[in-house]
Ligand binder design. Sequence first.
Ligand SMILES: C[S@@+](CC[C@H](N)C(=O)[O-])C[C@H]1O[C@@H](n2cnc3c(N)ncnc32)[C@H](O)[C@@H]1O
Length: 201
Amino acid sequence: MNPNEIIAERLVYDLPNILEPVNLRCLFPQEQPLEIELGSGDGSFLTSAAAKCPERNFIGVERLLGRVQKTERKGLRAGLSNMRIVRIESAYFLEYLLPRHSSTAIHIYFPDPWPKRKHRRHRLINERFPTLAAQALVPGGTLYLRTDDSDYFAQMKSVFAAVRGFQAELTPEALASLVTDFERDFNAQGIPTLRAAYRKL
Ligand SMILES: C[S@@+](CC[C@H](N)C(=O)[O-])C[C@H]1O[C@@H](n2cnc3c(N)ncnc32)[C@H](O)[C@@H]1O
């Protein structure tokens, strides 16, 4: 039997401890290129991407239990064995739990914008973020960003313009066509999606 045909009973990965990097071999039935989504919400992108690309593995990282559970239900209904969800804080996951240079893509779609000036230090994409992304990605791996917030978008672009080691790219059409839950809502209100992509050199 193809190991990808084994239907998992649970897609939520309960971290055995939070001090050691995750053993990716224990996570998926099949070793294949890995993509990460940080702040995966209700899992609309994660489940669509995992269904569309069975030759890749996907991990969604989300801190809210209800959203983690909803994502799991979607993945189980779709019979996906190449998708897992981890309930933890995204930056901590990247820094301490994801094995180094293990991911071919990181997706971050509609991260919380923290619009008040005094709260901006909470934004995930900050001056420190390119170091975490470079640590997580394989050479040639790509970070994909989407937001509705023009101020946060400007910050994302200035953060990556200020570092070496990443090259700006266009988001492929096939990827852009996988719309997330928040994106659908924003677009329905006439708010456009702002996209950026950075390939690790
Ligand atoms: C605005 S929603 C977008 C969800 C999804 N990406 C989409 O586009 O539909 C942001 C999500 O990120 C999660 N989130 C925000 N900050 C986080 C963090 N530091 N670590 C993990 N999840 C986080 C929130 O709980 C929420 O589900």
